[in-house]
Design a protein around this ligand. Structure first.
Ligand code: F6R
Length: 260
């Protein structure tokens, strides 16, 4: 794992955007894995700006989102579909037919999940998977106790996750109970994982993900087994890391050819 600690989320998101942009420039038909939530908002703003101001071209790119609520229509203002169109897709030249977000209204969830996995494989696999992390250590909506080799499937949200998402549904009671999420095994198949975490409330989950044992109780910890995971953190999210000084030293002393 590479751990990059930045003074704030703005600077962290600039590095994240440079990483994604480099992949798109080097591979115009790249397959990008996207997350929703507060954490990647600044990353998406940066990508939109780079697309507008430079030659960053998304016309050949495909995308797969991590998850969607079950039972929520795409047009619902708090659906992950609405989020992605509002914050990213409407502002890029990405082809609509190559955008994939799980269908929360599908009639046959198991068949749909198999189809989603197949679609990722047919597209050539995910080149970079953008991830946030829940306060309980979830990535995607692989909640604690998720199989470390799980594939796309329905999951029941924990109370903690539903509380974190209460604002979009007028309180915790209104938050859907289930989601379709790609699995930890699916995430592990990505060529690169890019996990962003900002703020004190993520510090414990980050520390357990990076420095704790690999355990289904902290699903993010499976990334310790991934050959190419980069975590980009602000100071607060890094505040419980025991080896923070070492990670900072490593980043500052990267050879030029390794810099983002
Ligand atoms: C979102 C997702 C989740 C979030 C996580 C953090 O698509 O899969 O794992 O990344 O819950 O959410 P924020 O960024 O809102 O703190």
């Amino acid at each position: 794992m590479e751990i990059i600690i930045q003074p704030d989320g703005q600077q962290a998101s600039q590095i994240a955007a440079r990483i994604v942009a480099k992949i798109v420039r080097e591979k115009p038909h790249a397959v990008l894995g996207f997350a929703t939530g507060n954490t990647p908002l600044q990353l998406y703003k940066n990508l939109v700006r780079m697309h507008r101001e430079s030659d960053l071209d998304f016309s050949g790119v495909s995308s797969f989102n991590l998850d969607e609520y079950v039972g929520i229509p795409p047009a619902h203002p708090s659906s992950f579909h609405s989020y992605m169109w509002a914050h990213l897709f409407s502002h890029l030249n990405i082809a609509k037919e190559r955008i994939n977000i799980p269908d929360g209204l599908t009639a046959d969830i198991p068949a749909y999940c198999r189809h989603y996995e197949q679609a990722i494989r047919s597209a050539g696999g995910i080149d970079v998977q953008v991830l946030g992390i829940g306060t309980n250590g979830h990535i995607g909506f692989n909640e604690p106790s998720s199989s470390l080799s799980s594939r796309t499937r329905i999951k029941t949200l924990t109370e903690e996750s539903r509380l974190d998402m209460a604002a979009g549904f007028g309180g915790q009671e209104g938050v859907p109970t289930h989601v379709i999420t790609i699995g930890l095994g699916t995430i592990m198949d990505s060529r690169m994982c890019l996990l962003l975490a900002f703020g004190k409330k993520k510090a414990r989950a980050v520390a357990r993900t990076v420095e704790g044992p690999i355990t289904a109780m902290i699903p993010g910890s499976v990334l310790q087994m991934h050959p190419r995971t980069v975590l980009i953190l602000d100071k607060d999210a890094a505040s419980e890391l025991k080896m923070a000084d070492y990670y900072t030293w490593v980043y500052e002393h990267k050879p030029d050819w390794q810099k983002y």
